[in-house]
Design a protein around this ligand. Structure first.
Ligand SMILES: [Zn+2]
Length: 447
């Protein structure tokens, strides 16, 4: 009930104890309100002020909660939830070649759909509202994400040709164009050109694929410098380090998103800064596969744009950005034996604004007038959030993701107090059992 002389209308007025806006000044508002209309943030400020100014169509009372921008996952392979806990405790190449690739190449549409649905449920539950994907048959992930109300950038992965999915380069470029066309009118879905890596895709194809990204005006992403083993492979194959291959292929620019970047020289850090690429840090996956750690503080000091991602649930083993935020902060400190390295604000920037840049969608990752209303709420009644001196510190070091009680994309509430509004999680549990049987049977048949 609004008894004031409110003159402006809006769809929704949210009330909360505190809003971490992640705007350009990193403003934090206490006793806050956020007005939303047509999927966009109309205003952020004092709740009392907004309540007297606006006559909203509906109210959302998030008293006792903290609002943040929805987290943005800068590197993920959504359907790989199918392999969560399937092959653990081994290094990257053995894990890929002996366990993941043999089953992955047999995946059916139905299995990909189940994997993507599990992934979307997990993202909604842990406060992630947008992601940059890389996998096969990406139209499936696009359709699932869109049905769940999540934002996705789809990356149809490819290797050198002929490959299991594409007989020729032209076939692959046509598929990417079709994917881009298919979702061109969908405000939630975009496309990115996604060669697998510099050691699995020939340099001239990296260049050709980058030209396609320029033609379509979309992001270009790849895995690079993930481990010293990869560097050795590239040196043997081309006499160049992974980043040198990309440099010589002419693919480093603001359009470029590079996942991992663990094994870098100082000159390569300078080159990444100069060219304006975005590096996606994946602390959980890199530690689990013992690939090493990206030199995050060095990248930040050098002026490189840094984002954060979980990688697939098969090497993490989750898609929970809160866990990766915590790990990014902790690993960054021990790496340089400097407790002030990779501070909380830098980590939150990576998981919001930084990853938004990695997606080529810079208006995401902030609660700011005119930007999309992709907002999450954390319950401050969780004992691990008490007391609270600094909301940014709590978001990075104290929160587990379990405090997320509301997830909204484009002004639509998709998850609220345990209720998934855009997918049936009960049915999903049966589907997950079916998928597990399929994976085990397929692995057995490959032996
Ligand atoms: Zn990856």
């Amino acid at each position: 009930m609004n008894c004031t002389n409110a003159s402006e209308t809006c769809d929704l007025l949210i009330r909360a104890d505190v809003v971490v806006t992640q705007d350009d000044s990193r403003t934090i508002v206490n006793e806050a309100g956020v007005a939303v209309s047509d999927g966009l943030v109309v205003e952020v400020g004092s709740y009392d002020e907004l309540n007297s100014r606006f006559a909203p169509e509906s109210h959302l009372d998030m008293s006792g909660k903290m609002l943040m921008p929805g987290l943005v996952n800068g590197h993920i392979h959504l359907p790989m939830t199918l392999f969560r806990g399937y092959a653990d405790d081994m290094p990257l190449m053995q894990w890929l070649e002996d366990h993941i690739w043999p089953v992955e190449f047999k995946l059916t549409d139905e299995m990909l759909k189940i994997g993507a649905r599990i992934g979307c449920a997990e993202l909604l539950r842990s406060g992630c509202t947008a992601f940059l994907n890389g996998y096969f048959y990406e139209y499936i992930t696009g359709e699932v994400a869109s049905a769940c109300g999540l934002r996705a950038v789809l990356g149809e992965g490819f290797f050198s040709f002929p490959s299991p999915h594409f007989p020729t380069a032209q076939h692959c470029w046509d598929t990417i164009k079709e994917l881009n066309d298919r979702f061109i009118e969908n405000p939630l879905i975009r496309t990115a050109v996604t060669p697998h890596a510099a050691f699995t895709v020939r340099p001239e194809l990296l260049t050709e694929s980058y030209e396609l990204a320029c033609d379509l005006n979309i992001q270009w992403q790849t895995h690079i410098a993930e481990s010293p083993v990869e560097t050795d492979i590239c040196l043997k194959k081309y006499g160049k380090r992974p980043i040198e291959i990309l440099r010589d292929a002419g693919v480093l620019s603001e359009r470029t998103t590079l996942a991992h970047c663990v094994d870098l020289t100082d000159d390569e850090v300078a080159l990444l800064a100069e060219t304006g690429v975005t590096v996606v840090h994946n602390p959980a996956s890199n530690q689990k596969l013992c690939s090493g750690l990206a030199p995050v503080q060095k990248l930040l000091d050098g002026g490189v744009h840094v984002a954060l991602g979980t990688d697939g649930a098969s090497s993490n083993n989750g898609l929970n950005m809160f866990r990766d935020m915590g790990l990014a902060g902790l690993a960054g400190k021990i790496q340089g034996m400097d407790a002030s390295a990779v501070p909380a604000q830098a980590v939150l920037d990576m998981a919001t604004r930084g990853s938004a840049r990695a997606l080529g969608w810079p208006e995401l990752g902030r609660i700011q007038k005119g930007c999309p209303a992709d907002i999450i709420a954390l319950d401050l009644a969780s004992p691990n959030m008490m007391p609270m001196y600094n909301p940014v510190s709590h978001a990075v070091y104290a929160a587990t993701g379990g405090e997320v009680c509301m997830t909204m994309v484009a002004g639509e509430i998709l998850y609220l107090y345990g209720d998934f509004r855009s997918l049936d999680v009960r049915a999903l549990r049966d589907e997950a059992f079916r998928a597990k049987s399929w994976v085990l049977k397929t692995a057995e048949n490959q032996k």
